[in-house]
Design a protein around this ligand. Structure first.
Ligand SMILES: Cc1cc2nc3c(=O)[nH]c(=O)nc-3n(C[C@H](O)[C@H](O)[C@H](O)COP(=O)(O)OP(=O)(O)OC[C@H]3O[C@@H](n4cnc5c(N)ncnc54)[C@H](O)[C@@H]3O)c2cc1C
Length: 392
């Protein structure tokens, strides 16, 4: 079979280093060979393929940016390219990789004690321990400052109470990073699987990210040692730093999902005959394909610039917001257009587009909805905060 070359209308690959391209191609090959053949069944059955975790660890997909503890120590652009290739497979797989790298290993490495780092990071790099990130609650999503989960200090322990909702990896996680309100503001805690009072429950009847584990977490008088607090956390700002890492990966990842949809639609349009000609010969269909390719190209260029700014240490959170907001929204539109081009076949799991389309509904919402990112950028450019209409 001819190797997959990937949509690259503006030769963006020329802007990458050899090592970035090598890593991208290695992950691309693994996704082609090991993940794509099974994903539509996993999606249909609502299964995350945990048996692939050791292979992913073998590829170096956990702790990608970590320079210690056995991590691959790659730059941010390379991390983004990995997300792109993984999400060309499925947003559920990319969610797993994002949570592990950006939402679990990043906060432990950045805010954890030496003991916490030594306990968790090497085992996570090897894929032997899994983590999750518990911030969202049944009543608070976009406004985490209002979270209701509490952590109260009692001697040399903390007691946590609350509920977390929509938590990726919840049931398969060995450790949960739980964000909770304390007397001193919001703090992050490591809560281990099996701690009395702590449980994870599947969220069923999902029509999006079906090949991913999504859970509700319950914390009823969960008593943990005081040393399980992440000592370097300084309020919600620290949680937002983790989200910034994850959003960066989503900006790249959604390009991968969009590429998969565009390529499927282009191939289908060239081969589907209606009115005695391929539908790709119709002007209306070409217009749609051109729009899809144009948006993919713009998103690719945005990502490369974003990656370079991050690697130079001068990216701003609002720039990550803009890339996450734009690329998720455009990928969703591209998936919907691809679904349209495939006609009735567009709703079948025999093609990837309906799966990507349904997944991208989540991706457009999680890690800050399109509107929330627009508000962050709006505040930055006007100096006026439009997040709340409430008059003080
Ligand atoms: C499959 C899946 C996996 C997830 N994984 C995780 C995870 O691992 N960890 C985790 O902590 N969370 C996770 N989430 C939760 C996700 O981050 C939240 O769903 C997201 O932040 C939005 O919160 P919400 O659903 O409560 O929506 P809400 O905040 O209730 O928003 C509802 C609507 O109101 C709009 N809105 C809200 N505030 C404003 C405003 N000020 N101005 C204008 N419009 C506004 C929003 O844009 C949106 O359209 C996941 C979600 C899904 C679906």
């Amino acid at each position: 079979m001819k190797p997959y070359e990937g949509t690259d209308y503006f030769d963006c690959s020329e802007l990458l280093t050899d090592s970035e391209k090598d890593l991208r191609d290695k992950v691309r090959g693994w996704v082609e060979k090991r993940y794509l053949p099974g994903v539509s069944d996993w999606f249909e059955q609502g299964i995350f393929p945990v048996r692939l975790i050791p292979e992913m660890a073998g590829l170096g997909l956990f702790g990608l940016k970590l320079k210690e503890y056995g991590g691959a120590g790659v730059n941010s652009t390379a991390y983004g390219l990995v997300c792109q290739e993984i999400e060309r497979g499925d947003s559920g797989l990319r969610s797993f990789v994002s949570v592990m790298n950006s939402l679990v290993m990043f906060p432990i490495a950045r805010f954890g004690s030496d003991e916490q780092k030594a306990t968790w990071l090497p085992a996570m790099v090897r894929g032997e321990k899994i983590g999750c990130f518990g911030m969202t609650e049944p009543e608070t999503g976009s406004d985490p400052q209002s979270m209701r989960t509490t952590a109260v200090r009692r001697g040399d322990r903390y007691v946590l109470n609350g509920r977390k909702m929509w938590i990726t990896n919840g049931e398969i996680a060995d450790v949960a990073i739980i964000w909770a309100m304390t007397d001193e503001g919001i703090r992050g805690f490591l809560v281990e699987k099996g701690t009395p009072g702590f449980s994870a429950h599947p969220i069923k009847r999902k029509f999006s990210l079906r090949a991913s584990v999504t859970s509700a977490l319950v914390l009823d008088n969960v008593s943990i040692p005081a040393q399980n607090i992440l000592p370097g956390v300084e309020g919600l700002r620290s949680a937002f730093m983790c989200l910034g890492e994850a959003r960066f990966g989503i900006a790249f990842g959604t390009v991968g999902a969009a590429m998969a949809c565009y390529e499927t639609a282009l191939d289908y349009a060239k081969n589907r005959i209606q009115f005695q000609v391929p539908i790709a010969s119709f002007q209306l269909v070409q217009r749609k394909l051109v729009k899809m390719l144009t948006e993919i190209t713009k998103a690719q260029l945005l990502c490369i610039r974003l990656g370079r700014l991050k690697d130079e240490g001068r990216v701003r959170p609002v720039q990550i917001s803009m890339a996450k907001m734009n690329n998720s929204a455009e990928a969703l539109k591209i998936a919907r257009t691809a679904r349209d081009i495939l006609g009735a076949n567009g709703i079948s799991l025999g093609y990837s587009v309906i799966r990507h389309m349904l997944n991208l509904e989540t991706v457009n919402t999680y890690e800050g909805t399109e509107d929330i990112h627009a508000l962050a950028i709006g505040r930055d450019i006007t100096g006026m905060n439009a997040f709340s209409c409430r008059q003080e």
